[in-house]
Design a protein around this ligand. Structure first.
Ligand code: S3P
Length: 425
């Protein structure tokens, strides 16, 4: 555990680690592409290392020197049956996306993960993958991992997804690479589109229109060079810290600002934050910018509807920001938060309340009445990396000492997070 105290000022420049979603996809797509994929800026977090472990176990040679990752792709039909159970660790992205790929192979695999993964809902991919002809079963018959997948010939489907989930969409698009005919996924609101952008970059025929993505079966994908942008979900903690600490100015370099991920920036604007985008450019298939953040006096706002999927992972830290804003912040349409690494609505409400905030849990979000001063507390993070980092930010703006329990879980997406925070104090 880690103990943090209030910060009087924050100053400096930093570069956050590579985007988690893009890092996973670069290894997955590189593995099933022909030729070499060279990845710089890869996130060396536990989740993305789980993805490397799974594809290595299926015969893909992956060199990782801690900086650059080189994937020697085996082509669309070159994966080998692993001689062990695939371990997806804590990673929902690994579990769900790999299931789409495995459904179209000609071998049988069992995959599982840690205690948290074995509780996360997999029915959302099992149902549509079965509609495509996949043979996929939840071994304990509880719609969770471990999953057994026997590769089968697949047919494309047009699927109306009940959830806006990039993991569901991506699982189906990846299965669609191996299917007969077109596969189409329509979501209630557009979720992150890294799969669509990167598969197109690798040579697949992918079409995107509003909240519908479609893919044609491919003969091959082709390895590419990828520079992974900084993760906006990791930058979010420093954006929030820069806004909340009184004498603060932070420059966060090279952050991915894909419009399907930039909801936090839109919320910052709604809340009246002093946040400027500099040096906007394009890197591989993704837009990036530097973010300049200064201390701000925030006001509450309503966060709902199509905005939710664009900031789903940032809602915990947005809830922290809302505690320091004038007036009420309403978060709704965010029931998905209940099935993340923890029940993030419950855990945020409990921990913020323990720090003195005025927060009400609702069925699909939270109501936060800002302006009450927060005080330190000892907060359990339920091994959820985004909870741990959100409370590190709350600690910087709260009176007294805050103890972040199970703080080591930040390694899932941000190894070195606490060291980076120390550097700018
Ligand atoms: C991710 C999609 C989101 C997000 C997760 C990463 C991805 O999950 O919360 O951290 O890389 O596709 P859902 O697709 O379940 O919303």
């Amino acid at each position: 555990m880690i103990t943090l105290t209030k910060a009087a000022r924050l100053r400096g420049e930093l570069t956050v680690p590579g985007d988690k979603s893009v890092s996973h996809r670069s290894v997955m797509f590189g593995s099933i592409a022909r030729g070499t994929t060279e990845i710089t800026g890869f996130l060396q977090g536990a989740d993305c290392l789980s993805t490397i472990g799974c594809f290595s176990a299926m015969g893909v040679e992956i060199e990782n020197d801690g900086g650059r990752v080189i994937v020697h792709g085996r082509g669309l039909r070159g994966l080998r049956q692993p001689d062990r159970v695939l371990d997806c660790g804590n990673s929902g992205t690994t579990t769900r996306l790999i299931s789409g790929i495995l459904s179209g192979q000609n071998f049988c695999v069992t995959l599982t993960g840690d205690a948290s993964i074995q509780k996360r809902p997999m029915k959302r991919i099992i149902t549509p993958l079965r509609m495509m002809g996949a043979d996929i079963v939840s071994i304990n018959d509880n719609d969770c991992a471990p999953l057994r997948i026997q590769g089968k010939p697949l047919q494309g489907i047009h699927y109306q997804s009940p959830v806006a989930s990039a993991q569901v969409k991506s699982a189906l698009l990846l299965a669609g690479l191996y299917a007969e005919g077109e596969t189409q996924v329509t979501e209630p609101a557009l979720s992150r589109n890294h799969t669509e952008l990167m598969l197109r970059y690798f040579g697949a025929e992918v079409d995107s229109r509003d909240a519908t993505a479609s893919i044609r079966p491919a003969d091959e994908l082709y390895g590419r060079k990828i520079h992974v942008p900084g993760d906006i979900s990791s930058a979010a903690y420093f954006i929030a810290a820069g806004l909340l600490v009184p004498d603060a100015q932070l420059l966060i370099r090279n952050v991915g600002i894909n419009p399907t991920r930039d909801g936090i920036l839109r919320v910052c604007r709604m809340m009246g934050a002093d946040l400027t985008l500099l040096n906007e450019s394009h890197d591989s298939a993704e837009p990036v910018a530097d973010l300049l953040v200064r201390s701000s006096s925030l006001k509450g706002c309503t966060i709902e509807g199509a905005l939710i999927p664009t900031l789903i992972d940032e809602l915990p830290v947005i809830a922290v920001m809302a505690c320091f804003a004038r007036g009420e912040t309403l978060i709704r349409d965010a029931a998905e938060l209940k099935v993340k690494e923890s029940n993030r609505i419950r855990v945020m409400t409990e921990n913020l309340t323990a720090m003195g905030a005025d927060v009400t849990e609702t069925d699909d979000g939270m109501i936060i009445r800002g302006g009450r001063p927060l005080h330190g507390a000892s907060v359990p993070c339920h091994m959820d990396h985004r909870i741990a980092m959100s409370f590190a930010v709350a600690a910087l703006a709260a009176e007294g000492e805050t103890v972040i329990q199970d703080s080591e879980c930040v390694n899932i997406s941000y190894p070195g997070f606490f060291e980076e925070l120390e550097k700018i104090r």
